[in-house]
Ligand binder design. Structure first.
Ligand SMILES: Cc1cc2nc3c(=O)[nH]c(=O)nc-3n(C[C@H](O)[C@H](O)[C@H](O)COP(=O)(O)OP(=O)(O)OC[C@H]3O[C@@H](n4cnc5c(N)ncnc54)[C@H](O)[C@@H]3O)c2cc1C
Length: 380
């Protein structure tokens, strides 16, 4: 059993750290305050091969392994989870095309997304107001009409919707339970598409989120991804990728919070000694460090299993569950260690806490992960 990151993965980690310290950490508070996605950062990330992480080299992607992808997401999220979500969104949104698309779709859409001179942004349009954890309640429909699909419905909370060039839309194409969901590629300029106003959020504010409405949008039949009825399977395969990558982001946020708290505890003097001398503070720091280590190991195990093409499902759910719980607890305790300063907006701790909370909710929340883990356990 090897616990060592290889040289190439270490080099990637160092490159991302250098980039983030220069290009993300100093600007993250302003992006959060302005609720602004700094689109200008995309081409810099593209040029370093830090976006479209799931796309194979054949289509212009960086072709990195999943362990490297997790390292990249962790190190970027240390700087700003919001910008990591927005810039990393293609990695997830393109995945249904990667696993289910035709060669023509891959060449057209993946290659366009990976163009370093201005890659196209994809957005995953899955959830709806009445259909969150329970995807059987999805109400968006795509009905055959004169050689095309007629798409109608409203998707909620779509990351990057205001900037997206195309959408990966999950819609009902039939009535048979379990076989009624399909995936369509929808270009943003298709008549009948409206993007809602950006949603104001507690955290991840550097990532824009908005509703997308489809009213009799005509989608060519060749834009169907996979077979009709393969929507649940494509969603499940996408979640398998999302779980460890969100776990990696949570680990990065927690690491940043712990480092700030530890530094502060070493410098802050009360009762004639640095507060780091007090056992109550040490216990909090120890729990943070142990939680982060557990998160990182579970995450690396889950992505390593993916790289080995082994089943990683409940391990990935464990990684996401543990890492997002640890991140929220770490950020809350880090604020506690920093007292009033931790709560003030002068320090990034309150932003870390707001971002960490959202990582428990986005795309299959922490309860869903636990249900998944339990179901897998009981099956055995
Ligand atoms: C910042 C942000 C970005 C997002 N990005 C995207 C995106 O790009 N594309 C997209 O399609 N969607 C996106 N979403 C939507 C997101 O994935 C959903 O909000 C999320 O999956 C949860 O669904 P819901 O909000 O409807 O909650 P619900 O499913 O209504 O859940 C509400 C509560 O009930 C609990 N619950 C539900 N079912 C069960 C059960 N069986 N047992 C126990 N508890 C249960 C849940 O755990 C939760 O605590 C985004 C959301 C946000 C806020």
């Amino acid at each position: 059993m090897h616990f060592k990151i290889n040289e190439e993965q270490e080099a990637i980690r160092k490159m991302v750290r250098d980039f983030r310290e220069k290009e993300i950490v100093p600007l993250a508070p302003a992006w959060d305050e302005e609720e602004r996605f700094p689109k200008e950062i995309l081409s810099k990330l593209d040029n370093l091969g830090l976006t479209n992480l799931s796309v194979p080299e054949k289509y212009g992607g960086p072709g990195v392994d999943f362990v490297s992808a997790a390292i990249i997401m962790e190190e970027l999220a240390y700087g700003c989870a919001g910008v990591t979500l927005a810039a990393g969104n293609n990695t997830i949104a393109l995945y249904p095309i990667i696993v289910g698309g035709t060669e023509e779709q891959k060449v057209k859409y993946l290659t366009a997304a990976c163009d370093c001179a201005g890659g196209k942004l994809a957005a995953l349009a899955l959830y709806e107001a009445e259909a969150g954890t329970d995807l059987t309640r999805l109400a968006t429909t795509a009905r055959h009409s004169g050689g095309a699909y007629l798409l109608n419905g409203r998707k909620t909370f779509v990351t990057n919707a205001p900037y997206a060039d195309f959408f990966i839309v999950f819609a009902k194409t039939g009535e048979e339970k379990g076989k009624d969901l399909s995936v369509l590629l929808v270009e943003k300029d298709t008549p009948g598409i409206t993007i809602g106003a950006p949603v104001h959020k507690l955290g991840l504010r550097a990532a824009a989120t908005a509703d997308v409405v489809f009213e009799n949008a005509r989608i060519p039949v060749e834009n169907l991804v996979g077979k009709e009825g393969s929507g649940y399977s494509l969603a499940a395969q996408t979640f398998e990728l999302t779980r460890p990558l969100i776990a990696a982001m949570a680990t990065g946020v927690a690491q940043a919070a712990m480092e700030q708290a530890a530094k502060y505890a070493g410098e802050r003097v009360q009762f004639g000694r640095p507060i780091a001398d007090f056992q109550a503070i040490r216990v909090m720091l120890a729990k943070m460090a142990a939680g982060i280590e557990a998160s990182r190991l579970l995450t690396y195990q889950a992505v390593w299993l993916r790289d080995e093409a082994a089943a990683a499902n409940s391990k990935a759910a464990m990684a996401r569950f543990v890492a997002t719980e640890a991140a929220l607890k770490t950020t809350i305790d880090a604020i506690q260690i920093m007292g009033g300063y931790g709560y003030s907006r002068e320090y990034p701790l309150e932003k870390f806490m707001r971002d960490a909370k959202m990582l428990q909710i986005i795309e299959e929340d922490t309860q869903a992960q636990q249900l998944y883990i339990a179901a897998d356990l009981l099956k055995q």
